[in-house]
Write a protein that binds this ligand. Sequence first.
Ligand code: FAD
Ligand code: EPU
Length: 338
Amino acid sequence: MRLEKQADLTALNTFGVPARAELLARFSSVDELRELLAAPELHERPQLVLGGGSNVLFTHDQVGVVLLNEIPGIFVEREAEDHVWVKAGAGVVWHDLVMHAVGKGWGGIENLSLIPGKVGAAPMQNIGAYGAELKDSFHELEALRLSDGERLTFSASACAFGYRESFFKREGRDRFVILGVTLRLDRHPRVHTTYGAIREVLAQRGITDPTIRDVSDAVVSIRRSKLPDPTVLGNAGSFFKNPVVSRQQADAIRRDHPTMVAYPTPDGRVKLAAGWMIEAAGWKGSRQGPCGVHKDQALVLVNHGGATGTMIYDLSEQVLRSVQERFGVTLEREVNIL
Ligand code: FAD
Ligand code: EPU
């Protein structure tokens, strides 16, 4: 059993903020996880599962045990004429799974290229980008229930996926360890290029009949140009969700702010661009000591070096209040505050 006491979590979160875990345990199989959970040192202690640490903000030291998920493996579960069912261990790096699928010519997750983190966390907030979400390719997942060690299978409907939401982010929070995820991928893929920026990059490259690799490459280049690399500048991607409001509320805000960026959603409501609102409220590129709001993407809070989780949280609170005062909209944090 690999157990570390008073472990430093600084390098295990992409914000790069300091925090300690009372105990840190790594596991790379279900049996190892079960053994850990049965160990007297860990029994009855609060447990937190961590993947790549790219969607968390540590605001204090973690009491209990941080379980670092390293379950490997990508394998085909089933094949049919049109689809392939691929299972990946929760510890697989998400982008490695995307590259594996793209390499095999299996479509469905290429628009989700380069999202940091591990496979096991992908269902947690139903990761999404550039016109696709995990739920579009999701088949089922396997999870271990912490209360009794039972292994359970969750279908897409049991996961209750929504925009940056799932059962695991709400009622299921801290109750399950996701062990593996099965995706249903297309063997004869159709590319999804509805997102304007993808079309622009493909046009610049003179590509008229794009493959999934072309789409993946385009997404990678868009992401590299827009989002800060956490190995250079600490961040956790979008700090807040884009708020979804009624059409009436969106119309009312637009009367005072005609340039506001907003998109209709399939259910008749309107998604407002939080990045636009934060920029309009004057925060873009601002600094508060060692932390700040990114200069190119106002939805991303950054650690310029030496920030603590509390400093970043305090900044997020000020941003939230100022958007509330200016637009009457309450932003919700996407990042998991721990
Ligand atoms: P962690 O940060 O380790 O964990 C996140 C949460 O999931 C925690 O609450 C944790 O307890 C829980 N968890 C982790 N693993 C498990 C498990 N096996 N079982 C149960 N619970 C678990 N997200 C998007 O959706 N779209 C984007 O475009 C996007 N872009 C990003 C860009 C950058 C630069 C960064 C830094 C982040 C971005 N993110 C994006 C956020 C992040 O990459 C995703 O949320 C990712 O899925 C987090 O994976 P992780 O392994 O790092 O999770
Ligand atoms: N905008 C501004 N100012 C800014 C930032 C954005 O005006 O500082 C405007 C842009 O001009 C654009 C609109 O807001 O018109 C949307 O911006 P962008 O395309 O960059 O996307 P986003 O809404 O900021 C979302 C996701 C990202 C995902 C991208 C691409 C959320 C919370 N964020 O960002 O996901 O990669 O779309 O699909 O939904 C994440 O979840 O961590 C994440 C990075």
